[in-house]
Design a binder for this molecule. Structure first.
Ligand SMILES: [Zn+2]
Length: 383
């Protein structure tokens, strides 16, 4: 009896849970932020592994290659990487990379010891070593596409409260002139108008790793958006639409929208055949709603989105915003492809730091975002 009750409980639980897209989202979030993918960046083949994983996922859902041949659209760009040593001792104390300090992304490597001179209230120097140490209240990392002839370390003044004096650094950088990356491009063929496309896009790259022990998981930015895009790919593969629905996981976003720019310069379908593009980046919260970039450029479509949202009581608020060059929709918009970029608001604010982790990301509106997109796309197709 107890056993049977337990069994029934489990079954009920499974069915209810599987009905929720967020269960899929959480699982995908955990996968994409695991150390295996090393922050989906520039060391330990993180980005390459993540791209392969997404292509395999597309393939398992039955998506077709957008160019009819391959899911991979290859390109390359320069990047400064930190695959090796990342050690800093200040005033005799060994500091933790990521938590206590980060390296300026464009920094040169350095192996040396010495004493610092204070330059101003937050900056310390050793001119011989061309070393700069600067105090910051929040450590925000990014990707460097060039290398400087000096080494700059950004120090977390909330975790290291002494005045920096003596140092030992062992930091190795490797500048890669032509880092090889791929956009992952698949689609579900339309049943009535296959030459009309709706695009759903999300960048899968993040910042990668800083040294051998530290990586940036990028849960909100943008494992969350990739998870949402993949769940939509799974749905649309099972439910083909009148228009073709394309799914692009862009690489190189964090290095300056490199992948999406490349796509717009080398489009795999005519840009004029894209009826609308929805880009998702930072999809992991939403308790305070979303902001839609380009809303003011496409008032009719923005009204449709609000109509759907109000009817289905999905998000608490959809804020309109004008044009902005803040994610992969940008170069499409520059080439007159109608597009929205939406990002979630509220909840945790970890951004480009080691705290942007899956464990603390709620995916609070994942189901609502999923429904919003499906219903909005229906409007776009006149359904
Ligand atoms: Zn992002």
């Amino acid at each position: 009896m107890i056993k049977r009750l337990f069994f029934l409980y489990l079954c009920f639980h499974c069915t209810a849970a599987n009905a929720q897209h967020v269960v899929y989202g959480k699982k995908m979030l955990d996968t994409l932020t695991s150390s295996h993918f090393w922050g989906r960046g520039y060391t330990q083949n993180g980005m390459e592994k993540a791209g392969l994983f997404i292509a395999e996922t597309f393939s398992s859902y039955g998506l077709l290659a957008l160019d009819g041949k391959s899911f991979f659209q290859k390109f390359s760009y320069p990047v400064n990487t930190f695959p090796g040593k990342m050690e800093l001792t200040l005033n005799g104390k060994k500091l933790k990379p990521g938590a206590d300090f980060i390296i300026l992304p464009e920094s040169n490597g350095l192996t040396s010891s010495g004493v610092l001179q204070q330059k101003d209230s937050i900056t310390y120097l050793n001119e011989n070593d061309r070393l700069v140490i600067k105090e910051e209240n929040k450590l925000t990392w990014s990707v460097g596409t060039k290398v400087e002839d000096y080494t700059m370390i950004l120090l977390n003044r909330n975790s290291f409260k002494e005045q920096p004096h003596s140092y030992t650094v062992k930091i190795e950088n490797k500048f890669v002139d032509q880092f090889s990356a791929s956009n992952i491009c698949g689609y579900v063929r339309g049943t009535l108008q296959p030459d009309s496309f709706l695009f759903i896009t999300a960048h899968f790259d993040h910042l990668g790793g800083m040294g051998k022990e530290t990586f940036f998981p990028g849960a909100n930015d943008n494992a969350s958006g990739v998870a949402l895009m993949l769940e939509l790919a799974r749905y649309y593969a099972l439910h083909p639409q009148p228009y073709s629905i394309a799914f692009i996981a862009f690489a190189g976003e964090e290095a300056g929208l490199v992948g999406s720019k490349y796509f717009t310069e080398n489009p795999l379908v005519p840009l004029s055949s894209i009826r609308f593009l929805l880009n998702t980046d930072l999809a992991g919260t939403g308790t305070e709603g979303i902001t839609v970039v380009n809303a003011t450029e496409f008032p009719k479509e923005f009204a449709w989105m609000n109509e759907v949202n109000e009817k289905e009581k999905l998000l608490v608020k959809i804020n309109p915003r004008g044009k902005a060059a803040n994610s992969d929709h940008y170069f499409f918009m520059e080439k007159e492809v109608p597009s929205f970029f939406f990002y979630t608001l509220g909840g945790i604010t970890a951004y480009h730091d080691i705290n942007d982790r899956a464990e603390t990301l709620p995916l609070s509106e994942f189901d609502d975002l999923f429904r919003l997109i499906v219903l909005f796309n229906n409007k776009l197709m006149g359904k």
